[in-house]
Design a protein around this ligand. Sequence first.
Ligand code: LER
Ligand code: MN
Length: 286
Amino acid sequence: MKLSIVLSTQPAQFQAVTFKGDLETNLAHIAGLGYDGVELAIRDPRLVELDELERLIRRHNLVVPAVGTGQAWGEEGLSFTDPDPAIRRAAIERIKSHVPVAARFKAERPAVIIIGLVRGIVKPGVDHTQAMDWLIKALRECSFAAEPFGIRLALEPINRYETTLINNASQGLELIERVGADNFGLLLDTFHMNIEEPSLEDSIRRASDRIFHFHVADSNRWHPGAGHLDFGSILTALFATGYAGFVSGEFMPMPDAVTGAQKAIEHLRAVLSSPSQKEGLGIRVV
Ligand code: LER
Ligand code: MN
């Protein structure tokens, strides 16, 4: 299991970003705790000193499996489904501007650009069908722009309290059919899945090789182990699909970032090394 954790490269309002603040200190903590990678949450690549960021990340031997883009919505209100065409265009251009960033950090697997809330919500006066049409066109344009760089896009089904556009894995799989790009898939997040999916494991099995990235948080959005999700069962289902990507922590910095990150790694390793999970993964227990 390769583990990463979300780190924001700039101040952010979104609460489930585990690490914000001084980059160098945070990267040292993340590497020191045993994480293999860091998922970068970047509002706008133009705001980031990329050479310096890359130098720090490489110095700590960390990989960047994915780049999160949600702050373009959270801080600036950019979205693929805004009724204002200038805002939709700005959102598309912003996502395309992440492609060279993701390409810079590409490791042994194609890096992923995350499409979270930048897809938008259905705003008053816009009907759902219209919003879906805008969404599909934007996703096609961005996926085609990313393809020559070997970069993949992953749309994250997000729970109903944050958006009405793509809440669950089934809707995500239908969207994939309509977008029709091989480098477009899903990011599944256990926090949202716990609200929206009838069974996390069945949805993981159905999404299978369209899972391009995976977020973990417990039911209360604290670190895995702090709530009631069964991560042994969830991760066994994930790895049984052949998933070879990162398991990425995206949870509240509770009781504080370092303690949460440490408890997450301990819990995830412990549940995967318990005898019943080893048997589920086909590992003989002696
Ligand atoms: C982002 O990865 C996420 O999970 C959302 O809750 C953002 O609003
Ligand atoms: Mn998430």
